[in-house]
Ligand binder design. Structure first.
Ligand code: NDP
Ligand code: A1CAB
Length: 262
Protein backbone atom coordinates (compact mmCIF):
# COMPACT_ATOMS: atom_id res chain seq x y z
CA UNK A 1 0.00 0.00 0.00
CA UNK A 2 1.13 3.54 -0.76
CA UNK A 3 -0.20 6.71 0.82
CA UNK A 4 0.48 10.30 -0.17
CA UNK A 5 0.29 13.74 1.37
CA UNK A 6 -0.48 16.67 -0.92
CA UNK A 7 0.53 19.83 0.93
CA UNK A 8 3.14 19.36 3.66
CA UNK A 9 2.40 22.25 5.99
CA UNK A 10 2.20 22.27 9.77
CA UNK A 11 -0.66 19.78 10.06
CA UNK A 12 0.20 17.28 7.33
CA UNK A 13 3.86 17.15 8.32
CA UNK A 14 2.84 16.48 11.95
CA UNK A 15 0.78 13.48 10.74
CA UNK A 16 3.65 12.33 8.51
CA UNK A 17 6.03 12.49 11.49
CA UNK A 18 3.60 10.47 13.63
CA UNK A 19 3.04 7.77 10.98
CA UNK A 20 6.70 7.62 9.93
CA UNK A 21 7.82 7.17 13.55
CA UNK A 22 5.64 4.06 13.80
CA UNK A 23 7.18 2.35 10.74
CA UNK A 24 10.73 1.05 10.19
CA UNK A 25 10.54 2.04 6.53
CA UNK A 26 8.54 5.19 5.71
CA UNK A 27 9.16 5.09 1.95
CA UNK A 28 5.53 3.98 1.36
CA UNK A 29 4.57 7.58 2.27
CA UNK A 30 4.81 9.95 -0.71
CA UNK A 31 5.04 13.65 0.09
CA UNK A 32 4.30 16.49 -2.33
CA UNK A 33 4.38 20.22 -1.60
CA UNK A 34 4.34 23.41 -3.68
CA UNK A 35 7.58 24.63 -2.11
CA UNK A 36 9.91 21.72 -2.83
CA UNK A 37 12.44 22.54 -0.11
CA UNK A 38 9.78 21.59 2.46
CA UNK A 39 9.31 18.19 0.80
CA UNK A 40 13.04 17.57 0.67
CA UNK A 41 13.55 18.54 4.33
CA UNK A 42 10.71 16.28 5.52
CA UNK A 43 11.95 13.39 3.35
CA UNK A 44 15.46 13.78 4.80
CA UNK A 45 14.04 13.84 8.34
CA UNK A 46 11.51 11.00 8.12
CA UNK A 47 12.53 8.78 5.17
CA UNK A 48 9.37 9.40 3.14
CA UNK A 49 9.52 9.47 -0.67
CA UNK A 50 9.67 12.98 -2.08
CA UNK A 51 7.44 13.62 -5.12
CA UNK A 52 8.09 16.52 -7.45
CA UNK A 53 4.76 16.37 -9.30
CA UNK A 54 1.17 15.97 -8.13
CA UNK A 55 0.81 13.09 -10.65
CA UNK A 56 3.28 11.02 -8.58
CA UNK A 57 1.32 11.70 -5.39
CA UNK A 58 -1.93 10.85 -7.21
CA UNK A 59 -0.79 7.22 -7.69
CA UNK A 60 -1.27 6.32 -4.00
CA UNK A 61 -4.07 4.16 -2.57
CA UNK A 62 -4.88 6.76 0.08
CA UNK A 63 -4.37 10.47 -0.64
CA UNK A 64 -4.26 12.94 2.25
CA UNK A 65 -5.01 16.56 1.36
CA UNK A 66 -2.95 18.86 3.58
CA UNK A 67 -3.64 22.23 1.96
CA UNK A 68 -5.72 25.04 3.47
CA UNK A 69 -9.49 25.06 2.81
CA UNK A 70 -9.06 28.02 0.43
CA UNK A 71 -6.44 26.06 -1.57
CA UNK A 72 -8.62 22.98 -2.18
CA UNK A 73 -10.11 24.35 -5.43
CA UNK A 74 -6.68 24.59 -7.01
CA UNK A 75 -5.72 21.09 -5.86
CA UNK A 76 -9.06 19.67 -7.05
CA UNK A 77 -8.47 21.03 -10.55
CA UNK A 78 -5.03 19.40 -10.64
CA UNK A 79 -6.10 16.06 -9.12
CA UNK A 80 -9.44 15.44 -10.85
CA UNK A 81 -7.96 13.93 -14.06
CA UNK A 82 -5.86 11.44 -12.06
CA UNK A 83 -8.32 10.13 -9.46
CA UNK A 84 -9.56 6.55 -9.70
CA UNK A 85 -12.75 5.23 -8.04
CA UNK A 86 -10.88 2.76 -5.83
CA UNK A 87 -8.73 5.46 -4.19
CA UNK A 88 -9.58 6.92 -0.79
CA UNK A 89 -9.12 10.68 -0.43
CA UNK A 90 -8.75 12.06 3.09
CA UNK A 91 -9.32 15.75 3.83
CA UNK A 92 -8.14 17.44 7.02
CA UNK A 93 -9.57 20.82 6.03
CA UNK A 94 -11.60 22.80 8.56
CA UNK A 95 -15.17 23.56 7.55
CA UNK A 96 -15.36 21.45 4.36
CA UNK A 97 -17.98 18.72 4.65
CA UNK A 98 -18.06 15.44 2.74
CA UNK A 99 -20.70 16.63 0.25
CA UNK A 100 -18.67 19.72 -0.62
CA UNK A 101 -15.49 17.65 -1.01
CA UNK A 102 -17.18 15.07 -3.24
CA UNK A 103 -18.59 17.81 -5.47
CA UNK A 104 -15.30 19.69 -5.64
CA UNK A 105 -13.18 16.65 -6.57
CA UNK A 106 -15.80 14.68 -8.54
CA UNK A 107 -14.86 11.71 -6.33
CA UNK A 108 -17.05 9.54 -4.08
CA UNK A 109 -14.74 7.82 -1.57
CA UNK A 110 -13.87 10.56 0.91
CA UNK A 111 -12.86 10.55 4.55
CA UNK A 112 -12.90 13.75 6.54
CA UNK A 113 -10.65 14.07 9.57
CA UNK A 114 -9.97 16.76 12.16
CA UNK A 115 -6.53 16.12 13.69
CA UNK A 116 -4.29 18.38 15.72
CA UNK A 117 -0.55 19.06 15.60
CA UNK A 118 0.10 16.85 18.64
CA UNK A 119 0.00 14.10 15.98
CA UNK A 120 3.74 14.70 15.62
CA UNK A 121 4.28 13.14 19.07
CA UNK A 122 1.51 10.52 18.76
CA UNK A 123 -1.05 12.47 20.82
CA UNK A 124 -3.57 13.92 18.43
CA UNK A 125 -7.25 13.35 19.18
CA UNK A 126 -8.62 12.95 15.67
CA UNK A 127 -12.25 12.74 14.60
CA UNK A 128 -13.33 11.12 11.36
CA UNK A 129 -16.37 10.65 9.15
CA UNK A 130 -16.63 8.78 5.85
CA UNK A 131 -18.84 8.98 2.77
CA UNK A 132 -21.05 6.01 1.80
CA UNK A 133 -18.63 5.01 -0.97
CA UNK A 134 -15.80 4.24 1.46
CA UNK A 135 -15.40 0.48 2.00
CA UNK A 136 -14.97 -1.04 5.45
CA UNK A 137 -11.46 -2.12 4.42
CA UNK A 138 -10.50 1.42 3.33
CA UNK A 139 -11.84 2.91 6.55
CA UNK A 140 -9.95 0.35 8.63
CA UNK A 141 -6.70 1.01 6.71
CA UNK A 142 -6.94 4.77 7.18
CA UNK A 143 -7.95 4.57 10.85
CA UNK A 144 -5.17 2.06 11.59
CA UNK A 145 -2.58 4.32 9.92
CA UNK A 146 -3.79 7.37 11.82
CA UNK A 147 -3.80 5.55 15.15
CA UNK A 148 -0.01 6.02 15.01
CA UNK A 149 -0.76 9.73 15.56
CA UNK A 150 -3.08 9.33 18.57
CA UNK A 151 -6.68 8.34 19.22
CA UNK A 152 -9.38 8.15 16.55
CA UNK A 153 -13.01 9.11 17.21
CA UNK A 154 -15.85 8.43 14.75
CA UNK A 155 -17.98 11.60 14.88
CA UNK A 156 -21.18 12.74 13.13
CA UNK A 157 -20.33 15.52 10.69
CA UNK A 158 -22.61 18.04 12.43
CA UNK A 159 -20.26 17.89 15.43
CA UNK A 160 -17.09 18.59 13.41
CA UNK A 161 -17.08 22.37 13.92
CA UNK A 162 -17.29 21.97 17.70
CA UNK A 163 -14.63 19.25 17.64
CA UNK A 164 -12.44 21.46 15.46
CA UNK A 165 -12.56 24.16 18.14
CA UNK A 166 -11.96 22.00 21.23
CA UNK A 167 -9.48 19.50 19.72
CA UNK A 168 -8.12 20.91 16.42
CA UNK A 169 -7.59 24.51 17.53
CA UNK A 170 -7.50 24.29 21.33
CA UNK A 171 -3.90 23.02 21.49
CA UNK A 172 -2.98 26.62 20.54
CA UNK A 173 -4.91 27.82 23.61
CA UNK A 174 -3.13 25.25 25.78
CA UNK A 175 0.31 26.27 24.46
CA UNK A 176 -0.59 29.92 25.09
CA UNK A 177 -1.71 29.13 28.64
CA UNK A 178 1.52 27.24 29.44
CA UNK A 179 3.60 30.06 28.03
CA UNK A 180 1.64 32.58 30.10
CA UNK A 181 2.19 30.58 33.31
CA UNK A 182 5.91 30.24 32.56
CA UNK A 183 6.21 33.94 31.68
CA UNK A 184 4.57 34.86 34.99
CA UNK A 185 7.19 32.69 36.73
CA UNK A 186 9.93 34.54 34.82
CA UNK A 187 8.51 37.82 36.12
CA UNK A 188 8.83 36.41 39.64
CA UNK A 189 12.47 35.39 39.02
CA UNK A 190 12.51 31.83 37.60
CA UNK A 191 14.34 30.92 34.35
CA UNK A 192 11.99 30.38 31.38
CA UNK A 193 13.10 26.87 30.29
CA UNK A 194 12.60 25.31 33.72
CA UNK A 195 9.38 27.31 34.26
CA UNK A 196 7.99 26.02 30.94
CA UNK A 197 8.92 22.44 31.77
CA UNK A 198 7.17 22.73 35.15
CA UNK A 199 4.09 24.38 33.61
CA UNK A 200 3.79 21.72 30.88
CA UNK A 201 4.27 18.87 33.34
CA UNK A 202 1.58 20.29 35.65
CA UNK A 203 -0.82 20.50 32.67
CA UNK A 204 0.01 16.91 31.68
CA UNK A 205 -0.65 15.68 35.23
CA UNK A 206 -3.88 17.68 35.47
CA UNK A 207 -5.10 16.20 32.17
CA UNK A 208 -4.39 12.69 33.49
CA UNK A 209 -6.37 13.49 36.66
CA UNK A 210 -9.38 14.65 34.62
CA UNK A 211 -9.18 11.56 32.40
CA UNK A 212 -8.39 8.95 35.04
CA UNK A 213 -9.64 10.04 38.49
CA UNK A 214 -13.40 9.83 37.74
CA UNK A 215 -13.65 13.19 39.51
CA UNK A 216 -15.35 16.29 38.10
CA UNK A 217 -12.86 19.09 37.26
CA UNK A 218 -14.64 21.50 39.62
CA UNK A 219 -14.23 19.03 42.49
CA UNK A 220 -10.53 18.83 41.61
CA UNK A 221 -10.36 22.65 41.75
CA UNK A 222 -11.91 22.50 45.22
CA UNK A 223 -9.36 19.87 46.30
CA UNK A 224 -6.49 22.24 45.38
CA UNK A 225 -8.02 25.28 47.06
CA UNK A 226 -7.17 24.96 50.78
CA UNK A 227 -9.52 27.12 52.88
CA UNK A 228 -7.89 30.50 53.40
CA UNK A 229 -4.94 29.24 51.34
CA UNK A 230 -3.00 30.43 48.33
CA UNK A 231 -4.77 28.79 45.35
CA UNK A 232 -8.19 30.32 46.03
CA UNK A 233 -6.57 33.76 45.62
CA UNK A 234 -5.46 32.79 42.10
CA UNK A 235 -8.77 31.14 41.18
CA UNK A 236 -10.75 34.21 42.34
CA UNK A 237 -8.38 36.45 40.34
CA UNK A 238 -8.87 34.36 37.17
CA UNK A 239 -12.65 34.58 37.64
CA UNK A 240 -12.46 38.35 38.26
CA UNK A 241 -10.66 38.63 34.89
CA UNK A 242 -13.40 36.63 33.12
CA UNK A 243 -11.20 33.58 32.42
CA UNK A 244 -14.13 31.25 31.65
CA UNK A 245 -15.93 33.88 29.57
CA UNK A 246 -12.77 34.42 27.50
CA UNK A 247 -12.49 30.65 26.90
CA UNK A 248 -16.17 30.36 25.90
CA UNK A 249 -15.89 33.32 23.51
CA UNK A 250 -12.71 31.87 21.99
CA UNK A 251 -14.31 28.48 21.28
CA UNK A 252 -17.32 30.24 19.78
CA UNK A 253 -15.06 32.42 17.57
CA UNK A 254 -13.34 29.31 16.16
CA UNK A 255 -16.70 27.68 15.37
CA UNK A 256 -17.98 30.84 13.65
CA UNK A 257 -14.84 31.01 11.48
CA UNK A 258 -15.09 27.28 10.66
CA UNK A 259 -18.58 27.93 9.25
CA UNK A 260 -17.21 30.51 6.79
CA UNK A 261 -15.27 27.76 4.94
CA UNK A 262 -18.47 25.80 4.10
N1 NDP B 1 -2.51 23.62 11.69
C1 NDP B 1 -3.32 22.87 12.44
O1 NDP B 1 -3.13 22.75 13.67
C2 NDP B 1 -4.50 22.17 11.81
C3 NDP B 1 -4.79 22.30 10.49
N2 NDP B 1 -5.85 21.62 9.93
C4 NDP B 1 -6.11 21.73 8.50
O2 NDP B 1 -4.94 21.33 7.82
C5 NDP B 1 -4.85 22.02 6.58
C6 NDP B 1 -3.48 22.65 6.46
O3 NDP B 1 -3.32 23.62 7.48
P1 NDP B 1 -1.87 24.05 7.95
O4 NDP B 1 -0.98 22.86 7.94
O5 NDP B 1 -2.05 24.82 9.19
O6 NDP B 1 -1.48 25.04 6.76
P2 NDP B 1 -0.06 25.32 6.11
O7 NDP B 1 -0.19 26.62 5.40
O8 NDP B 1 1.02 25.13 7.14
O9 NDP B 1 0.10 24.15 5.05
C7 NDP B 1 -0.46 24.16 3.77
C8 NDP B 1 0.55 23.52 2.85
O10 NDP B 1 -0.06 23.30 1.59
C9 NDP B 1 0.90 23.60 0.60
N3 NDP B 1 0.22 23.96 -0.66
C10 NDP B 1 -0.62 24.97 -0.90
N4 NDP B 1 -1.04 24.98 -2.17
C11 NDP B 1 -0.44 23.90 -2.75
C12 NDP B 1 -0.45 23.37 -4.06
N5 NDP B 1 -1.18 23.91 -5.04
N6 NDP B 1 0.29 22.28 -4.32
C13 NDP B 1 1.04 21.70 -3.34
N7 NDP B 1 1.10 22.16 -2.08
C14 NDP B 1 0.37 23.25 -1.78
C15 NDP B 1 1.66 24.78 1.15
O11 NDP B 1 2.88 24.88 0.47
P3 NDP B 1 3.89 26.12 0.56
O12 NDP B 1 5.00 25.63 1.41
O13 NDP B 1 4.30 26.38 -0.85
O14 NDP B 1 3.11 27.28 1.16
C16 NDP B 1 1.78 24.39 2.62
O15 NDP B 1 2.94 23.64 2.89
C17 NDP B 1 -5.99 23.04 6.55
O16 NDP B 1 -7.01 22.53 5.75
C18 NDP B 1 -6.42 23.13 7.99
O17 NDP B 1 -7.81 23.41 8.11
C19 NDP B 1 -6.65 20.80 10.68
C20 NDP B 1 -6.41 20.62 11.99
C21 NDP B 1 -5.34 21.32 12.70
O1 A1CAB C 1 -6.47 27.30 12.31
C1 A1CAB C 1 -6.99 26.50 11.52
O2 A1CAB C 1 -7.70 26.91 10.59
C2 A1CAB C 1 -6.74 25.04 11.68
C3 A1CAB C 1 -8.00 24.22 11.77
C4 A1CAB C 1 -8.07 23.71 13.18
C5 A1CAB C 1 -6.81 24.07 13.75
N1 A1CAB C 1 -6.07 24.75 12.93
Amino acid sequence: MKISFIGLGNMASAIVRGIAAAHDDASFIIGYNRTTTKTEALAAETGITAATTIEQAAQADILFLGVKPQQLHEIAAQLRPHLRNEQLVVSMAAGKDLNALQALFGHDAFMRIMPNVNAAVGHSTTSYAVSDAVTTAQQLQAVTLLEATGSMIALPEEQFAIFSAIAGAAPAFHYLYMDAIARAAVKEGMAKPIALQIAADAVLGSAKMVLESQTHPIELVDQVCSPGGTTIEGVMTLKAHSFEHAVHESVHAVIEKDRTFE
